[in-house]
Each structure stands twice: as structure tokens, then as C-alpha cells.
Design a protein around this ligand. Structure first.
Ligand SMILES: *Cc1c(COP(=O)(O)O)cnc(C)c1O
Length: 398
């Protein structure tokens, strides 16, 4: 693209086949949101009125009674938890996170305490919550949850993600049933989910989404659900929410992204993504030691990805060295590699500009050809990767 600003900034023109990653700038913001942000930036607005307008749009799309926009889904977890703890007690809101009211316990299944780039439990503690782990990593039974609820329980948090343990845990309906039987509100982290209605339909009291993931909005979080709980979360803007604030451009940008989501041709998007996956499959088919499988999204989003399984003996390279070669070459291709120790990575087709799919295909061919031509097997010990994982970050900004 000729209007690519990155080279003039000295930034690498990365192509993102890893998914919606904060570390890469999340997603391609839809034109409707860009236009909305441009229009509102030069104007003054009464922010709480703008948030009222956002509430109406969020309510319409999610089926919740109310909603607002905050800095991120992570912020949304903190604000929703804080709201469940403080209610509308303005003094308690100012005192957080140190002095939380007595009723501050927040239940979460152990198998849901994952990292989305930061720990789920930290977002709860930041809102004054005392995390109470329920069950074990791979098993939560009803009795675990029932007996974890006390008169100090303020809320229960449920995480929807490919990161969570996907067997042996309580599903959302059971989780809600047990919590509601004792009057405990349920907060659902659905940061990266397409379906804007299903979690509230299944009984969640508050649901949280990222504005910058599938919605293609500016960096932001969406809080939606029961009016009183949403209001209590909103009031945290006078407290811990201040450091998570969004400006007029993000609020209005999210409103536009939500409206664009309503009218987006989701089937056409899916068709284009399927075309990309098929192109990459054709590119990889027949190569020694390479298996390309098209697989559905683990949390049932309407999206497929390609799993590229690499046998180092035949491909002459490990999956992690291939991911590095793709990342370090030109242009850099960033694959989805968080399970790479199992000798595979994924290609995610949903964050590409038209034409980039063919660049990805030719880079794949180039790197697999190069590896195959190598006389020895390119195999960095996986332990070295783990040991040096944060070296670059710890030297930042150098
Ligand atoms: C991405 C993600 C988050 C964090 O969302 P942000 O909006 O980037 O803060 C939280 N939970 C899950 C499950 C996620 O996938």
C-alpha cells in the first residue's frame, strides 16, 4: 500500500496472520469508526451524555439494558468487579482498591485464570476483588461452586476464551444457575467473541467485549448488561476507572463500529477468509513434513484457521524456527504461535488487507523451500526460547 506510514516511521511492515493481538495493534479499524472519530475529535461534548448515547447503541446490539465504553475489556473486568463490590457508595469507590467493603469475594473457576497478555485475576484484584478460586485446573463440580459462595461473595467471573481449559469445567448456564440461586451476579469476559447477545441470553448480568477485536473499533472495552450493575461499574470512572478512561473519539468510534457490525456482510467476510485459507493450503500441500489442516475456532466464532503441523525431520526446520523465519524475513509474517511447542502454528485469515494473502503464500513457499534446501535441520532448543522470551522487552526502549 502506497499510503503505508510504517516505513517512514522506521517500523517493519508486518503482516498479521496471528489474530487480534494487542502487541500488533489489535485489528484493522473499520472506515465507519475512523470517520466517526475524525468527526468528533475537534468538538467538545458532554462526555456522560455521549456515554448515554453509547448505552443505547450497546443495549440495542447486546440485548442488555445499558452499557458504556471503557479503555479495554481488561478495564471492563476491573470496573464490573468494582461496581459489584461498591454499589453506588461513592466513598467506597474512592477508596478502592485498598479498602474494599466486606463483601469483596469474587469467584472464578481455576481453569479460567489465564493470561490474555496480563492475568485475569489481576484485573479482579485491581477492582478491589478478593479472588476465590473454584475447583481445580481441569475440574469444577457444582459442589465446588455452591460451597464457595458465602455472604462475602460479591460476584462471579466467567471467561470465554480459547485460552481457558476446555473440559471438566462448569458451563455458563450451570455457572449462572448456581450463582443466581444465591443472588450472586455473573460477569462474563467475552473479549474476543462475535456473538454480542448469547452470554446475556444465557443469564450473565454483565458481559464485556473488546471494541478492537472482531468489531474493528478503536482500542476500547464495552460493558453491557443489567442497568444497575452497569451504572455501578460506570461510577468507577470517579475512582479506579480514571486510569482506564476513554475519550470522545473512542466512545463515538465504538458506536460507529457497532453500527457497522450490524450491517456488515458477515458471509462475504467469511468467504474471503475461506479463499485465503484454501490458497495457503494449496501452497503447502505436497511439501515434505508439512500438514495443513483447516480447523474451526475453538469457542465457536464463525471463523476457521489453518493449523500448520511441521515435522522437523522432513521439513528440515521446527515449527518455532519457521515462525521466527517468517517473522524475521521480508515482509515479516507474524503467525499464531502460542502452542508452537507442539510442532504447529496457526494462520489466522481475519486481519488481512486484500492482496496480503498472496504475500503470505509466497513467503510460506520461500521459507519452506529454503528450510528444505538446508543440509541440516534448523532446530533451536525450545528451552532457549523460553529462557530468552522476555530479553527484548527487558531492554526496552533500547
Ligand atoms: C483479549 C482478551 C482480553 C483483554 O482484552 P483487552 O480489551 O485487550 O483488554 C481479556 N480476556 C480475553 C478472554 C481476551 O481474549
Amino acid at each position: 500500500m502506497s499510503d503505508d506510514i510504517r516505513p517512514s516511521l522506521g517500523l517493519r511492515p508486518v503482516i498479521n496472520v496471528s489474530g487480534t493481538m494487542t502487541s500488533l495493534g489489535a485489528s484493522i479499524v473499520v472506515p465507519e469508526a475512523i470517520e466517526a472519530m475524525t468527526k468528533i475529535l475537534p468538538q467538545f461534548v458532554e462526555i456522560n451524555d455521549l456515554q448515554r448515547k453509547a448505552s443505547a447503541v450497546i443495549a440495542r446490539l447486546t440485548g442488555g439494558e445499558a452499557g458504556f465504553v471503557t479503555a479495554s475489556c481488561s478495564a471492563g473486568i476491573t470496573l464490573a468487579v468494582a461496581g459489584a463490590i461498591t454499589g453506588n457508595n461513592l466513598l467506597a469507590i474512592e477508596k478502592l482498591p485498598d479498602v474494599a467493603p466486606e463483601k469483596n469475594e469474587v469467584l472464578v473457576q481455576m481453569g479460567h485464570v489465564v493470561s490474555y497478555g496480563a492475568p485475569v485475576d489481576q484485573s479482579i484484584r485491581l477492582g478491589g476483588g478478593k479472588v476465590v478460586l473454584v475447583g481445580q485446573a481441569t475440574s469444577t463440580h457444582r459442589f465446588h461452586m455452591e460451597q464457595a459462595i458465602t455472604d462475602k461473595t460479591a460476584a462471579a467471573v466467567y471467561v470465554v476464551s480459547h485460552h481457558v481449559v476446555d473440559y471438566g469445567l462448569l458451563n455458563l448456564k450451570e455457572f449462572v444457575e448456581i450463582a443466581h440461586a444465591k443472588g450472586v451476579p455473573v460477569i462474563v469476559d467475552a473479549a474476543s467473541e462475535y456473538d454480542l447477545r448469547i452470554f446475556l441470553e444465557q443469564g450473565a448480568d454483565i458481559v464485556l467485549y473488546s471494541g478492537h477485536k472482531f468489531l474493528g473499533g478503536p482500542t476500547s472495552g464495552i460493558v453491557a448488561g443489567a442497568k444497575e450493575l452497569v451504572r455501578h461499574a460506570f461510577l468507577q470512572n470517579m475512582g479506579v476507572g480514571r486510569g482506564m478512561k476513554v475519550g470522545k473519539e473512542s466512545i463515538f468510534g465504538v458506536m460507529a463500529a457497532l453500527e457497522a457490525w450490524e450491517t456488515r456482510d458477515h458471509e462475504a467476510v467469511r468467504e474471503r477468509e475461506t479463499g485465503n485459507l484454501q490458497l495457503w493450503k494449496r501452497t503447502l500441500e505436497g511439501r515434505p513434513g508439512v500438514t495443513a489442516l483447516i480447523e474451526p475456532d475453538p469457542t465457536n466464532n464463525p471463523l476457521d484457521r489453518m493449523r500448520v503441523i511441521i515435522s522437523p525431520q522432513e521439513a528440515h526446520i521446527t515449527a518455532w524456527d519457521m515462525a521466527a523465519a517468517l517473522r524475521n524475513g521480508s515482509p515479516p509474517i507474524i503467525v499464531r504461535d502460542h502452542e508452537v511447542e507442539h510442532h504447529y502454528f496457526y494462520l489466522d485469515p481475519c486481519n488481512l488487507h486484500p492482496g496480503q494473502e498472496t504475500v503470505v503464500a509466497s513467503r510460506l513457499a520461500e521459507e519452506f523451500d529454503k528450510a528444505r534446501a538446508s543440509n541440516n535441520i534448523i532446530a533451536t532448543p525450545i528451552e532457549d526460547l523460553s529462557r530468552h522470551r522476555f530479553d527484548g522487552l527487558l531492554r526496552w526502549p533500547d
